[in-house]
Design a protein around this ligand. Structure first.
Ligand code: PLP
Length: 399
């Protein structure tokens, strides 16, 4: 197989290189306070090996631009597709499935991008990786980097959930707490890697992030027994996960393994819905974001242009959910599926509850649950009642 880069904006082609991030031509036209211009997509050419048609592991390896020997020594990140039986009955949707990425090595979807970035850095002899994150990409890269023996330097907003910071420090990353939001951390990390070197893993800026995230679609395809679902609900902030979801199904289409793109829905928090607004109006405006789902809280969605283009091209859509709906959806999923997912992961469940009337009973619908609930217990506390009193003997229970 051969791999190259294609600019998602102007269509220019480039050879893979660790120095290339966004398209150099489009970057010259980059404006302040807008999504990245010229995000690069990996273009694949050649024929799939025969074996890839029968063996998912070979399929995934064949479609990734870095050979397996460079990957960190960890189990392959593949998520787990569940049938939540009780909820399938409750909603009369027998084809409902949850793709749980909370079971990944560091507890979030971000591991899909981190392993590919780690492998690409190693292939190119680069031993330090720099990034900004709302928390999960940072703790993910820190853990994957620890396994691979790479140095990881993180820029996180000071308001990031403590568990995500603690997790990153446990893995031995260098952590800079930024006195500002994710958008400020993003800019600082770019400045840092420009001056100090290292591979920058910022979402969408590093083309391997979207490419790594595409593996979710390959894993859904494989775990459904070699077919595409009808619909996928994706919690969306920067738009890199949803870009990866589209890219994975695009690859499967390109090689004739599926015959149509599933309907893909971006689920956004009402207080952070830049992509939703852009799909309605055709352009991005810059509005401050605020939501309990920290992982999808962004002012400027970095992969916004790419995500918007894919939504338009493949007839995708968006749905917005309130913080209250997210908090309720989190407890609903925990209590009825045994899946405790973080607020951003629960946002897609809230989106499903909102859209359920529009889904046919026969449809196969996959809801992405993108991170473990243990990563942000402060928000989860809002959805439950913590007992106030303590007991020391059984009689106290009744008293
Ligand atoms: C990063 C993240 C998202 C959103 O992904 P984007 O690429 O920013 O749209 C959703 N859920 C979780 C748990 C995440 O960590």
């Amino acid at each position: 197989m051969e791999f190259s880069y294609l600019c998602t904006r102007c269509g220019a082609g480039y050879d893979l290189s660790p120095e290339l991030t966004t398209c150099p031509v489009c970057r010259d036209e980059q404006k302040q306070d807008e999504p990245l211009r010229g995000v690069l997509e990996v273009k694949i050419s050649g024929d799939l090996p025969e074996e890839a048609l029968h063996d998912t592991e070979v399929l995934v390896q064949s479609l990734l631009p870095v050979p397996p020997e460079f990957f960190p020594p960890l189990p392959r990140v593949k998520g787990e597709l569940w049938k939540p039986e009780k909820l399938c009955r409750e909603l009369s949707l027998p084809g409902l499935r949850i793709m749980n990425d909370g079971s990944n090595p560091t507890g979030s979807f971000k591991d899909r991008a981190s392993v590919l970035v780690s492998a690409y850095a190693r292939q190119n002899g680069i031993d330090s990786i720099v990034l900004a994150s709302t928390g999960n990409a940072g703790s993910s890269m820190a853990g994957i980097g620890a396994a691979a023996g790479q140095k990881v330097i993180l820029f996180l907003p000071e308001t990031a959930p403590p568990a995500k910071m603690i997790q990153s420090l446990q893995y031995g990353a260098t952590l800079y707490k930024v006195a500002g939001n994710y958008d400020m951390a993003y800019d600082l990390s770019l400045d840092y890697s420009e001056k100090e070197g290292g591979m920058n893993r910022n979402t969408a800026w590093n083309p391997m992030t979207m490419e790594g995230k595409k593996t979710v679609s390959l894993d859904i395809y494989a775990q459904l027994g070699g077919r595409a679902p009808d619909r996928v609900l994706v919690p969306t902030g920067d738009g890199c996960i949803i870009g990866g979801v589209f890219k994975g199904f695009k690859d499967l289409l390109q090689f004739g393994l599926i015959d149509r793109m599933p309907r893909i829905t971006a689920v956004q928090a009402e207080g952070s819905n830049a992509l939703h607004r852009a799909l309605a109006s055709g352009s991005f405006d810059n509005r401050p974001s605020s939501t309990v789902a920290d992982s999808i809280s962004v002012d400027i969605p970095r992969n916004g242009y790419t995500a918007l283009k894919y939504l338009q091209e493949y007839d995708g859509d968006t749905v917005c959910v309130s913080d209250q709906e997210i908090i309720e959806a989190q407890a609903h999923l925990s209590g009825n599926a045994g899946l405790f997912t973080e607020p951003a992961g629960a946002a897609s469940w809230a989106g499903l509850l909102k859209l359920k009337e529009t889904i046919q009973p026969g449809e196969t619908v996959v809801v992405l649950a993108t991170g473990s609930g243990l990563k942000d217990t402060a928000t989860a506390l809002k959805g439950i009642q913590m007992p106030e009193k303590t007991i020391s003997k059984i009689e106290d229970i009744r008293g």
